[in-house]
Design a protein around this ligand. Structure first.
Ligand code: UDP
Length: 383
């Protein structure tokens, strides 16, 4: 078994009553149907006096489900179910819940197409030997995506214990959408937030948290590339070749011109919170992490602490070709410039703001998936 410190889920998971001699271990499976990939998280819990999270098995497949909108195959889901069959002992299959939550990729599809995909997944789940609770397969609301990632990260870093005073903010950059979530210190942050979809509440450990949280659909890194190119077709499609040419040009034009282009996708769209403090740092993951690795700013396993200015500096170097790092893709100049622009001119972070670039905490993926699993067990009453 993986050497993770046992994570105390006191009060979060229901105590299971089961016959004597029955295994003290139980599992739960969360599928993340993202715009750029489908992923599986198999969580193993140990029923002590109360359940604790022992470990996570993670696997991902590209591209995302929405890429299959016109073909009926559920190849990825079926493949990932095989992973679940291997990870969970056969005897436990029928009491192990399967849940799938879809994010921006399916939110951006026409409703009918998205529903067809969800129905197909539901069918594959129903045919599987696992437990498929009601409401197992759905598109997740964007605000919930941010809150559940905040819960995951604060839970994994020990900031959700009853007596922990601090919390950490989260920044999640997906392919289709991007989320920011933090616990405001000042009342004004809540008062000055736009009326709808920026403040959310949920119950945890007998207290109610009020968070600043928003998901920007269309501001994920892939969606932003398309929007910057200004060539988004009726269904968000664009020729990859066009995009490559454009990004090369962005690189040729240099950082300044590139920044002006990506600014159009950010300005007037991203709301700047009144305060951006949370307690100390923001945890940044998904494409923030991947691009920081591509740019040679952090180690691909360890992650690391960066300042907002580090993204800007490296974007300049890559776009103006004054770095010894050979860009891994023609998109790196544009992607780094977009990240710098989103953080600074979008959310309003200062150059010196600290970001903890993270892929895993205690061997568990930095993602909304754990929070969504906890919500599935506990009903956190997100509202
Ligand atoms: O458990 C996870 C889930 C996602 N990701 C990363 O997060 C980004 C995924 O964005 P996604 O396709 O889910 O975008 P969305 O649909 O949420 O906009 C990619 O870099 C993934 O590699 C990850 O590292 N671990």
């Amino acid at each position: 078994q993986v050497e993770t410190p046992l994570l105390d889920l006191s009060g979060v998971l229901p105590s299971l009553s089961r016959p004597a001699n029955h295994s003290l271990i139980f599992h739960a499976v969360m599928f993340d149907a993202g715009s750029t990939g489908t992923r599986i998280h198999v969580y193993t819990f140990i029923q002590k006096q109360l359940p604790v999270l022992d470990n996570e098995m993670f696997h991902s497949i590209k591209p995302g489900l929405s890429a299959y909108a016109d073909s009926p195959e559920m190849v990825t889901v079926t493949l990932l179910l095989k992973v679940a069959r291997r990870a969970v002992p056969r005897l436990d299959w029928k009491r192990t819940p399967l849940v799938l939550r879809a994010t921006a990729g399916l939110r951006l599809l026409p409703a009918e197409k998205a529903q067809t995909l969800l129905d197909q997944v539901q069918h594959v789940f129903d045919e599987s030997p696992f437990l498929v609770p009601d409401g197992s397969v759905s598109i997740m609301d964007g605000t919930n995506e941010g809150i559940l990632a905040w819960i995951s990260l604060n839970f994994l870093t020990g900031h959700l214990n009853a007596n922990a005073k601090k919390t950490v903010g989260i920044l999640d950059l997906g392919g289709g959408s991007t989320q920011i979530t933090f616990l405001p210190k000042l009342k004004k942050t809540v008062e000055k937030a736009p009326v709808a979809d920026y403040v959310a509440r949920f119950d945890f450990f007998n207290s109610t948290f009020e968070l600043y949280s928003h998901s920007y659909l269309g501001n994920g890194i892939m969606a932003a590339r398309l929007a910057t190119l200004g060539a988004v077709g009726a269904e968000g499609t664009v020729l990859n070749a066009d995009l490559r040419v454009f990004c090369h040009r962005c690189g040729h034009a240099g950082y300044k011109l590139c920044y002006q282009e990506v600014l159009k996708v950010v300005k007037g769209i991203i709301h700047q919170p009144y305060e951006l403090k949370d307690s100390n740092v923001f945890f940044a993951f998904s494409y923030y992490f991947d691009r920081a690795v591509d740019a040679g700013l952090i180690d691909g396993v360890q992650g690391g602490m960066l300042q907002v200015r580090d993204f800007k500096k490296r974007a300049k170097e890559v776009c103006n070709k004054t770095t010894r790092y050979l860009p891994v893709s023609p998109f790196l100049c544009m992607d780094l410039t977009y990240i710098a622009c989103l953080l600074k001119d979008g959310f309003g972070f200062k150059d010196g703001a600290m970001l903890q670039l993270t892929k895993k905490v205690n061997n568990v993926e930095a993602s909304w998936a754990l929070g969504a699993m906890l919500d599935h067990f506990h009903n956190l009453k997100l509202h």
